[in-house]
Design a protein around this ligand. Structure first.
Ligand code: NDP
Ligand code: MG
Length: 387
Protein backbone atom coordinates (compact mmCIF):
# COMPACT_ATOMS: atom_id res chain seq x y z
CA UNK A 1 0.00 0.00 0.00
CA UNK A 2 1.02 3.55 -0.70
CA UNK A 3 1.74 4.62 2.87
CA UNK A 4 4.14 1.71 3.32
CA UNK A 5 6.32 2.82 0.45
CA UNK A 6 9.64 3.57 2.16
CA UNK A 7 10.59 7.20 2.48
CA UNK A 8 13.72 9.29 2.91
CA UNK A 9 13.69 12.49 4.96
CA UNK A 10 16.32 15.05 3.92
CA UNK A 11 16.84 17.81 6.48
CA UNK A 12 15.49 15.44 9.12
CA UNK A 13 16.66 17.52 12.11
CA UNK A 14 14.80 20.68 11.06
CA UNK A 15 11.32 21.94 11.80
CA UNK A 16 9.64 20.27 8.79
CA UNK A 17 11.96 17.24 8.87
CA UNK A 18 11.03 16.41 12.46
CA UNK A 19 7.33 16.77 11.65
CA UNK A 20 7.77 14.52 8.60
CA UNK A 21 9.26 11.86 10.87
CA UNK A 22 6.30 12.19 13.23
CA UNK A 23 3.96 11.58 10.31
CA UNK A 24 6.01 8.58 9.16
CA UNK A 25 5.79 7.15 12.65
CA UNK A 26 2.02 7.67 12.83
CA UNK A 27 1.49 6.09 9.39
CA UNK A 28 3.89 3.20 10.07
CA UNK A 29 6.02 4.19 7.07
CA UNK A 30 9.56 2.74 6.94
CA UNK A 31 12.39 5.32 6.75
CA UNK A 32 15.43 4.18 4.75
CA UNK A 33 17.52 7.36 4.53
CA UNK A 34 17.93 10.51 6.62
CA UNK A 35 20.06 13.60 6.16
CA UNK A 36 21.20 16.48 8.34
CA UNK A 37 23.94 19.08 8.11
CA UNK A 38 25.73 19.54 11.45
CA UNK A 39 23.27 18.87 14.32
CA UNK A 40 24.98 15.73 15.56
CA UNK A 41 22.93 15.08 18.69
CA UNK A 42 19.59 15.50 16.90
CA UNK A 43 20.82 13.35 13.99
CA UNK A 44 21.90 10.61 16.39
CA UNK A 45 18.51 10.65 18.13
CA UNK A 46 16.65 10.45 14.79
CA UNK A 47 18.86 7.59 13.56
CA UNK A 48 18.30 5.59 16.76
CA UNK A 49 14.56 6.14 16.63
CA UNK A 50 13.95 5.51 12.92
CA UNK A 51 16.79 3.00 12.19
CA UNK A 52 17.45 4.09 8.57
CA UNK A 53 19.97 2.11 6.50
CA UNK A 54 21.99 5.30 6.04
CA UNK A 55 22.18 8.83 7.39
CA UNK A 56 23.96 11.47 5.32
CA UNK A 57 25.72 14.23 7.25
CA UNK A 58 26.72 17.02 4.88
CA UNK A 59 29.20 18.67 7.27
CA UNK A 60 32.25 16.37 7.16
CA UNK A 61 33.43 16.98 10.74
CA UNK A 62 29.90 16.34 12.03
CA UNK A 63 29.80 13.14 9.96
CA UNK A 64 32.95 11.82 11.67
CA UNK A 65 31.50 12.62 15.09
CA UNK A 66 28.18 10.99 14.21
CA UNK A 67 29.89 7.84 12.90
CA UNK A 68 31.53 7.34 16.31
CA UNK A 69 28.23 7.87 18.12
CA UNK A 70 26.37 5.44 15.85
CA UNK A 71 29.11 2.77 15.81
CA UNK A 72 26.93 0.37 17.83
CA UNK A 73 23.99 0.62 15.37
CA UNK A 74 23.34 -0.80 11.88
CA UNK A 75 22.97 2.72 10.41
CA UNK A 76 25.83 3.77 8.14
CA UNK A 77 26.93 7.43 8.19
CA UNK A 78 27.58 8.94 4.75
CA UNK A 79 29.75 12.10 4.80
CA UNK A 80 29.53 15.27 2.72
CA UNK A 81 27.33 16.76 0.01
CA UNK A 82 28.57 14.22 -2.54
CA UNK A 83 27.76 11.44 -0.09
CA UNK A 84 24.19 12.67 0.18
CA UNK A 85 23.78 12.76 -3.62
CA UNK A 86 25.22 9.23 -3.94
CA UNK A 87 22.92 7.97 -1.20
CA UNK A 88 19.88 9.42 -3.01
CA UNK A 89 21.05 7.84 -6.28
CA UNK A 90 21.05 4.34 -4.77
CA UNK A 91 18.43 4.40 -2.01
CA UNK A 92 15.38 2.16 -2.01
CA UNK A 93 12.99 4.91 -0.82
CA UNK A 94 10.08 5.63 -3.17
CA UNK A 95 9.31 9.09 -1.72
CA UNK A 96 11.91 11.70 -0.72
CA UNK A 97 10.82 14.48 1.61
CA UNK A 98 13.16 17.40 0.95
CA UNK A 99 13.12 19.60 4.06
CA UNK A 100 16.66 20.95 3.64
CA UNK A 101 17.07 24.69 4.22
CA UNK A 102 18.03 27.00 1.38
CA UNK A 103 19.50 26.49 -2.08
CA UNK A 104 21.54 23.59 -0.63
CA UNK A 105 18.33 21.63 -1.30
CA UNK A 106 18.54 22.03 -5.09
CA UNK A 107 21.03 19.30 -6.06
CA UNK A 108 19.40 16.71 -3.75
CA UNK A 109 16.03 17.54 -5.40
CA UNK A 110 17.53 17.07 -8.86
CA UNK A 111 19.04 13.74 -7.76
CA UNK A 112 15.56 12.53 -6.71
CA UNK A 113 13.93 13.80 -9.90
CA UNK A 114 16.59 12.17 -12.08
CA UNK A 115 15.66 8.80 -10.56
CA UNK A 116 11.99 9.33 -11.39
CA UNK A 117 10.88 9.06 -7.74
CA UNK A 118 8.31 11.07 -5.79
CA UNK A 119 9.69 14.34 -4.43
CA UNK A 120 7.69 15.70 -1.49
CA UNK A 121 9.00 19.23 -1.63
CA UNK A 122 9.17 21.47 1.43
CA UNK A 123 12.40 23.05 0.15
CA UNK A 124 10.78 25.87 -1.82
CA UNK A 125 14.21 27.11 -2.91
CA UNK A 126 14.34 24.17 -5.36
CA UNK A 127 11.49 25.69 -7.40
CA UNK A 128 12.49 29.32 -6.80
CA UNK A 129 16.06 28.80 -7.95
CA UNK A 130 15.61 26.25 -10.75
CA UNK A 131 11.91 25.50 -11.14
CA UNK A 132 11.94 25.28 -14.91
CA UNK A 133 14.85 22.86 -14.98
CA UNK A 134 13.27 20.69 -12.28
CA UNK A 135 9.96 20.53 -14.16
CA UNK A 136 11.70 19.62 -17.42
CA UNK A 137 13.72 16.86 -15.81
CA UNK A 138 10.69 15.54 -13.95
CA UNK A 139 8.73 15.41 -17.20
CA UNK A 140 11.57 13.37 -18.73
CA UNK A 141 11.86 10.82 -15.90
CA UNK A 142 8.25 10.67 -14.70
CA UNK A 143 9.18 11.94 -11.24
CA UNK A 144 6.23 13.25 -9.22
CA UNK A 145 6.48 16.72 -7.63
CA UNK A 146 4.27 16.90 -4.55
CA UNK A 147 4.27 20.25 -2.74
CA UNK A 148 4.62 20.29 1.05
CA UNK A 149 4.57 24.08 1.44
CA UNK A 150 1.05 24.61 2.85
CA UNK A 151 -0.08 27.13 0.21
CA UNK A 152 1.04 24.94 -2.66
CA UNK A 153 -0.43 21.84 -1.10
CA UNK A 154 -3.72 23.77 -0.86
CA UNK A 155 -3.50 24.85 -4.51
CA UNK A 156 -2.55 21.34 -5.62
CA UNK A 157 -5.62 19.98 -3.83
CA UNK A 158 -7.90 22.77 -5.12
CA UNK A 159 -6.74 22.18 -8.70
CA UNK A 160 -8.49 18.82 -8.76
CA UNK A 161 -11.85 20.67 -8.99
CA UNK A 162 -11.32 21.71 -12.62
CA UNK A 163 -9.13 21.39 -15.70
CA UNK A 164 -5.92 23.42 -16.24
CA UNK A 165 -7.44 25.60 -18.98
CA UNK A 166 -10.35 26.46 -16.65
CA UNK A 167 -8.07 28.02 -14.03
CA UNK A 168 -8.35 31.81 -13.91
CA UNK A 169 -6.21 32.77 -10.91
CA UNK A 170 -4.37 31.40 -7.93
CA UNK A 171 -5.06 33.09 -4.58
CA UNK A 172 -2.12 32.71 -2.24
CA UNK A 173 -2.90 33.48 1.39
CA UNK A 174 -0.35 35.05 3.75
CA UNK A 175 -0.61 35.32 7.52
CA UNK A 176 1.06 38.72 7.31
CA UNK A 177 3.58 37.63 9.95
CA UNK A 178 4.29 39.37 13.26
CA UNK A 179 4.49 42.86 11.68
CA UNK A 180 1.18 42.95 9.82
CA UNK A 181 -0.05 46.56 9.69
CA UNK A 182 3.39 48.05 10.50
CA UNK A 183 4.66 51.00 8.47
CA UNK A 184 8.04 50.96 6.76
CA UNK A 185 9.38 53.41 9.39
CA UNK A 186 8.28 51.24 12.28
CA UNK A 187 9.74 48.12 10.62
CA UNK A 188 13.20 49.64 10.30
CA UNK A 189 14.18 48.90 13.89
CA UNK A 190 12.24 45.77 14.92
CA UNK A 191 14.35 43.25 16.83
CA UNK A 192 15.43 39.66 16.20
CA UNK A 193 13.14 38.39 18.98
CA UNK A 194 10.14 40.29 17.58
CA UNK A 195 10.79 38.92 14.07
CA UNK A 196 10.97 35.35 15.41
CA UNK A 197 7.58 35.55 17.18
CA UNK A 198 5.32 34.29 14.37
CA UNK A 199 1.62 34.47 15.29
CA UNK A 200 0.36 31.25 13.65
CA UNK A 201 3.19 28.98 12.41
CA UNK A 202 6.06 27.33 14.33
CA UNK A 203 8.93 27.19 11.82
CA UNK A 204 12.71 27.34 11.45
CA UNK A 205 14.36 30.74 12.04
CA UNK A 206 15.15 31.59 8.41
CA UNK A 207 11.61 31.12 7.10
CA UNK A 208 10.19 32.86 10.17
CA UNK A 209 12.20 35.99 9.34
CA UNK A 210 11.15 35.62 5.68
CA UNK A 211 7.53 35.60 6.86
CA UNK A 212 8.15 38.82 8.77
CA UNK A 213 9.57 40.57 5.66
CA UNK A 214 7.03 38.80 3.36
CA UNK A 215 9.99 37.53 1.30
CA UNK A 216 8.56 34.10 2.05
CA UNK A 217 5.33 35.01 0.24
CA UNK A 218 7.38 36.36 -2.64
CA UNK A 219 9.25 33.04 -2.88
CA UNK A 220 5.90 31.26 -2.77
CA UNK A 221 4.62 33.30 -5.73
CA UNK A 222 7.68 32.16 -7.70
CA UNK A 223 7.24 28.59 -6.46
CA UNK A 224 3.58 28.67 -7.62
CA UNK A 225 4.52 30.05 -11.06
CA UNK A 226 6.97 27.21 -11.51
CA UNK A 227 4.97 24.37 -9.97
CA UNK A 228 1.63 25.13 -11.59
CA UNK A 229 2.67 26.93 -14.77
CA UNK A 230 0.52 29.99 -14.02
CA UNK A 231 1.98 33.43 -14.91
CA UNK A 232 2.71 35.86 -12.03
CA UNK A 233 0.01 38.36 -13.08
CA UNK A 234 -2.57 35.63 -12.40
CA UNK A 235 -1.39 35.03 -8.84
CA UNK A 236 -2.84 37.25 -6.12
CA UNK A 237 -1.54 37.43 -2.56
CA UNK A 238 -4.17 38.05 0.13
CA UNK A 239 -3.36 38.62 3.79
CA UNK A 240 -5.36 36.23 5.96
CA UNK A 241 -4.13 36.41 9.56
CA UNK A 242 -6.02 33.35 10.85
CA UNK A 243 -4.09 30.99 8.50
CA UNK A 244 -7.10 28.69 8.07
CA UNK A 245 -7.57 29.03 4.29
CA UNK A 246 -4.17 27.86 3.08
CA UNK A 247 -4.73 29.10 -0.50
CA UNK A 248 -7.32 28.84 -3.27
CA UNK A 249 -7.92 28.50 -7.00
CA UNK A 250 -10.36 30.71 -8.90
CA UNK A 251 -11.88 29.15 -12.00
CA UNK A 252 -13.16 30.91 -15.14
CA UNK A 253 -16.74 30.74 -13.85
CA UNK A 254 -15.55 32.75 -10.80
CA UNK A 255 -15.98 29.80 -8.46
CA UNK A 256 -13.22 29.71 -5.84
CA UNK A 257 -12.09 26.36 -4.42
CA UNK A 258 -10.00 26.56 -1.26
CA UNK A 259 -8.38 24.16 1.19
CA UNK A 260 -8.98 24.76 4.90
CA UNK A 261 -7.37 23.09 7.90
CA UNK A 262 -5.60 23.98 11.13
CA UNK A 263 -2.15 25.49 10.46
CA UNK A 264 0.02 22.38 10.95
CA UNK A 265 2.70 21.26 8.50
CA UNK A 266 2.15 17.62 9.39
CA UNK A 267 -1.10 17.66 7.38
CA UNK A 268 0.78 18.88 4.29
CA UNK A 269 3.51 16.25 4.70
CA UNK A 270 0.95 13.50 5.22
CA UNK A 271 -0.92 14.36 2.02
CA UNK A 272 2.32 14.40 0.01
CA UNK A 273 3.15 10.92 1.36
CA UNK A 274 -0.27 9.29 0.93
CA UNK A 275 -1.45 11.02 -2.28
CA UNK A 276 -3.70 10.15 -4.08
CA UNK A 277 -5.11 8.39 -1.01
CA UNK A 278 -6.15 10.12 2.20
CA UNK A 279 -5.47 8.59 5.60
CA UNK A 280 -6.80 9.32 9.08
CA UNK A 281 -5.25 12.65 10.04
CA UNK A 282 -2.38 13.06 12.50
CA UNK A 283 -3.43 16.70 12.97
CA UNK A 284 -6.42 18.03 14.94
CA UNK A 285 -9.73 18.62 13.15
CA UNK A 286 -10.75 22.16 12.20
CA UNK A 287 -13.42 23.72 14.43
CA UNK A 288 -14.70 26.66 12.36
CA UNK A 289 -17.08 27.93 15.06
CA UNK A 290 -14.15 28.05 17.50
CA UNK A 291 -12.12 30.02 14.94
CA UNK A 292 -15.05 32.46 14.82
CA UNK A 293 -14.10 34.65 11.87
CA UNK A 294 -11.87 34.71 8.82
CA UNK A 295 -10.51 38.05 7.65
CA UNK A 296 -8.70 39.22 4.52
CA UNK A 297 -6.72 42.27 3.41
CA UNK A 298 -4.40 43.37 0.62
CA UNK A 299 -0.66 43.28 1.35
CA UNK A 300 1.20 46.59 1.77
CA UNK A 301 3.87 46.78 -0.98
CA UNK A 302 5.55 49.83 0.56
CA UNK A 303 6.13 48.31 3.99
CA UNK A 304 7.00 44.91 2.45
CA UNK A 305 8.92 45.69 -0.76
CA UNK A 306 10.34 42.16 -1.06
CA UNK A 307 6.94 40.90 -2.21
CA UNK A 308 6.79 43.12 -5.35
CA UNK A 309 10.51 42.44 -5.87
CA UNK A 310 9.76 38.71 -6.14
CA UNK A 311 7.18 39.39 -8.87
CA UNK A 312 9.80 41.45 -10.67
CA UNK A 313 12.39 38.66 -10.36
CA UNK A 314 10.12 35.95 -11.75
CA UNK A 315 9.02 38.19 -14.63
CA UNK A 316 12.64 38.87 -15.41
CA UNK A 317 13.51 35.14 -15.31
CA UNK A 318 17.05 33.89 -15.93
CA UNK A 319 18.98 33.71 -12.70
CA UNK A 320 17.02 36.58 -11.06
CA UNK A 321 15.03 34.31 -8.69
CA UNK A 322 18.22 32.44 -7.72
CA UNK A 323 19.93 35.75 -6.96
CA UNK A 324 16.93 36.94 -4.95
CA UNK A 325 17.10 33.76 -2.87
CA UNK A 326 20.86 33.75 -2.29
CA UNK A 327 20.92 37.45 -1.35
CA UNK A 328 18.07 36.90 1.08
CA UNK A 329 19.83 33.91 2.69
CA UNK A 330 22.88 36.11 3.33
CA UNK A 331 20.90 39.15 4.52
CA UNK A 332 18.70 37.13 6.89
CA UNK A 333 21.73 35.31 8.33
CA UNK A 334 23.31 38.73 9.04
CA UNK A 335 20.06 39.90 10.67
CA UNK A 336 19.93 36.74 12.81
CA UNK A 337 23.54 37.41 13.93
CA UNK A 338 22.28 40.91 14.84
CA UNK A 339 24.73 42.53 12.42
CA UNK A 340 22.12 43.97 10.03
CA UNK A 341 18.95 45.94 10.82
CA UNK A 342 15.62 44.42 9.75
CA UNK A 343 14.93 47.43 7.51
CA UNK A 344 18.18 46.84 5.60
CA UNK A 345 17.28 43.29 4.48
CA UNK A 346 15.27 44.54 1.44
CA UNK A 347 18.02 46.98 0.50
CA UNK A 348 20.70 44.24 0.44
CA UNK A 349 18.44 41.92 -1.58
CA UNK A 350 17.30 44.56 -4.11
CA UNK A 351 20.80 45.91 -4.72
CA UNK A 352 22.23 42.40 -5.17
CA UNK A 353 19.48 41.58 -7.66
CA UNK A 354 20.37 44.71 -9.64
CA UNK A 355 24.05 43.76 -9.78
CA UNK A 356 24.20 39.97 -10.26
CA UNK A 357 21.22 38.51 -12.20
CA UNK A 358 21.80 37.20 -15.75
CA UNK A 359 19.35 36.00 -18.48
CA UNK A 360 20.81 32.44 -18.69
CA UNK A 361 18.77 29.63 -17.15
CA UNK A 362 20.95 26.52 -17.18
CA UNK A 363 22.20 24.86 -14.00
CA UNK A 364 25.75 26.17 -14.40
CA UNK A 365 24.50 29.78 -14.67
CA UNK A 366 22.21 29.29 -11.68
CA UNK A 367 24.99 27.91 -9.47
CA UNK A 368 27.38 30.67 -10.60
CA UNK A 369 24.78 33.36 -9.85
CA UNK A 370 24.09 31.80 -6.45
CA UNK A 371 27.78 32.07 -5.55
CA UNK A 372 28.18 35.58 -6.97
CA UNK A 373 25.03 36.80 -5.21
CA UNK A 374 26.32 35.52 -1.87
CA UNK A 375 29.57 37.46 -2.29
CA UNK A 376 27.82 40.66 -3.36
CA UNK A 377 25.17 40.42 -0.63
CA UNK A 378 27.83 39.78 2.03
CA UNK A 379 29.71 42.91 0.93
CA UNK A 380 26.48 44.95 0.97
CA UNK A 381 25.48 43.56 4.38
CA UNK A 382 28.90 44.64 5.70
CA UNK A 383 28.45 48.09 4.14
CA UNK A 384 25.06 48.59 5.80
CA UNK A 385 25.99 46.76 9.03
CA UNK A 386 24.80 47.95 12.43
CA UNK A 387 27.51 49.81 14.25
P1 NDP B 1 15.24 24.29 9.67
O1 NDP B 1 16.29 25.32 9.75
O2 NDP B 1 14.39 24.02 10.87
O3 NDP B 1 15.90 22.88 9.23
C1 NDP B 1 16.75 22.80 8.13
C2 NDP B 1 17.23 21.38 7.89
O4 NDP B 1 18.15 21.41 6.79
C3 NDP B 1 18.01 20.79 9.07
O5 NDP B 1 17.84 19.38 9.06
C4 NDP B 1 19.45 21.15 8.73
O6 NDP B 1 20.41 20.28 9.33
C5 NDP B 1 19.45 20.98 7.22
N1 NDP B 1 20.44 21.84 6.58
C6 NDP B 1 20.75 23.13 6.89
N2 NDP B 1 21.72 23.59 6.07
C7 NDP B 1 22.04 22.57 5.23
C8 NDP B 1 22.99 22.43 4.18
N3 NDP B 1 23.82 23.42 3.81
N4 NDP B 1 23.04 21.24 3.53
C9 NDP B 1 22.22 20.22 3.87
N5 NDP B 1 21.32 20.30 4.88
C10 NDP B 1 21.23 21.46 5.53
O7 NDP B 1 14.33 24.67 8.42
P2 NDP B 1 12.75 24.45 8.20
O8 NDP B 1 12.38 23.06 8.56
O9 NDP B 1 12.01 25.58 8.79
O10 NDP B 1 12.65 24.64 6.63
C11 NDP B 1 13.14 23.68 5.71
C12 NDP B 1 12.61 24.00 4.31
O11 NDP B 1 11.19 23.87 4.33
C13 NDP B 1 12.89 25.43 3.85
O12 NDP B 1 13.09 25.41 2.48
C14 NDP B 1 11.61 26.17 4.17
O13 NDP B 1 11.40 27.29 3.35
C15 NDP B 1 10.58 25.09 3.90
N6 NDP B 1 9.31 25.25 4.61
C16 NDP B 1 9.29 25.24 5.98
C17 NDP B 1 8.11 25.37 6.68
C18 NDP B 1 8.08 25.27 8.16
O14 NDP B 1 6.99 25.17 8.74
N7 NDP B 1 9.21 25.28 8.85
C19 NDP B 1 6.85 25.59 5.97
C20 NDP B 1 6.96 25.54 4.53
C21 NDP B 1 8.17 25.39 3.89
P3 NDP B 1 21.10 20.68 10.78
O15 NDP B 1 19.98 20.64 11.77
O16 NDP B 1 22.09 19.63 10.98
O17 NDP B 1 21.66 22.06 10.58
MG1 MG C 1 4.18 28.40 3.02
Amino acid sequence: MNQERPIAVLGATGSVGRQALEVAEALGTPVTLLSAHSSVAAAEAAARRFTPTRIAMTDEAAARDLAVRLADTATKVVPGREGLLEAIATDRAETYVNAILGSAGLLPSLAVVDRGKRLALANKETMVVAGKLVRERAAATGAELLPVDSEHSAIFQSLSAGRPREVKRLILTASGGPFRGYTRERLATVTRAEALAHPTWQMGEKITVDSATMMNKGFEVIEAVRLFDVPPDRIEVVVHPESIIHSAVEYIDNTVIAELSVPDMRACVQYALTYPARRVGVTPALDLAAVGGLTFARPDPVAFPLLPLAYEAVRRGGTAPAVLNAADEVAVAAFLREELAFGEIPRVVAETLGIVATPAEDLEAILASDTAARETAAALAAKYALR
